[in-house]
Design a protein. Structure first.
Length: 190
């Protein structure tokens, strides 16, 4: 089972990915983690990525897709994978589709966790107030959330119409409880 989870920062993608990993024996893949692992392993693609990152540039789509391609060939992905944070552009979505077709794979579900952004700000403020300052995450503040939401709307949200036009985008109400959201997602996976 191969899944993409979309949703703005704070929507609960990470929490839902953990539930899916546990329930279905699939692997959550983070492009950042994959890049760091490829660099650390010294793979050919990792060395290319390192030189690009060392120059302070963004890794291009072909390189990212190559790293994802290598990663999903690993044994732990035999039952499937969850992509979170990728694709971020229509070009990446098209490249991902092409790569999967070449491997004889497909995306089984593309799920958007829809949330009320005002509630996200309320959640951040509540979490920050309830957590001792020394234990707070650096990004537990409204200003950081505002920046992250801006990036999401500019870069990632435009990919949603690509999948909607293909008739494969499924939406869940992210304002429900964790269990309710998990149940909504499970309903799409039957």
């Amino acid at each position: 089972m191969n899944i993409i989870l979309f949703g703005p920062p704070g929507a609960g993608k990470g929490t839902q990915a953990e539930i899916l990993v546990e329930k279905h024996g699939i692997v959550q893949l983070s492009t950042g983690d994959m890049l760091r692992a490829a660099v650390a392993a010294g793979t050919e693609l990792g060395q290319k990525a390192k030189s690009v990152m060392d120059a302070g540039q963004l890794v291009d789509d072909d390189l990212i897709i190559g790293i994802i391609s290598d990663r999903i060939d690993e044994a732990d992905c035999k039952n499937g994978f969850i992509l979170d944070g990728f694709p971020r552009t229509v070009a990446q979505a098209e490249g991902l589709d092409k790569m999967l077709v070449e491997k004889g794979l497909k995306l089984d579900k593309i799920i958007e966790i829809v949330v009320d952004e005002k509630i996200l700000f309320d959640r951040i403020e509540t979490r920050a107030q309830a957590t001792p300052e020394a234990q707070r995450r650096a990004d537990d503040n409204a200003e950081t959330l505002k920046k992250r939401l801006s990036v999401y709307h500019a870069q990632t949200a435009p990919v949603l119409p690509y999948y909607a036009a293909k008739g494969v985008l499924n939406k869940v109400d992210g304002m429900k409880s964790i269990d309710d959201v998990a149940n909504q997602i499970a309903g799409y996976l039957k």
